[in-house]
Design a protein around this ligand. Sequence first.
Ligand code: HEC
Length: 101
Amino acid sequence: MNRLLLALPLSLLMAAPAMADLALATSKNCMACHAIDKKVVGPAYKDVAAKYAGQKDAADKLVLKVMKGGGGVWGPVPMPANPQVSEAEAKKLVAWVLSQK
Ligand code: HEC
């Protein structure tokens, strides 16, 4: 009987972190080279999520790559290091990238 009342605030709670992570990605300059659903300088985050779907160790690798940069996966252009991002922030950003569908 209370289910409908509970469902609404819960869905709002679930939506808020996703928006916070987009704000984080924007403030860390990620969105200068990336978009969620189209290639810019770097790959679309949806394509990244699709490529690594189901790979358990992908997140750890990507966290390192976001912090230190690197290339050779998506094309000739490498991603520069992002020293403005802490490891905790990189983890948050990668989890958010991998959750894009
Ligand atoms: C100067 C442009 C630029 C910026 C800024 C940038 N990226 Fe990238 N990113 C790239 C390019 C280019 C690639 C493709 C590299 C490759 O082919 O291996 C990439 C690849 C990636 C990948 C996939 C890596 C892989 O090995 O599949 C992730 C995840 C990613 N970026 C996240 C981020 C995040 C998070 C930020 C912000 C902290 C960020 N990027 C900032 C250009 C950028």
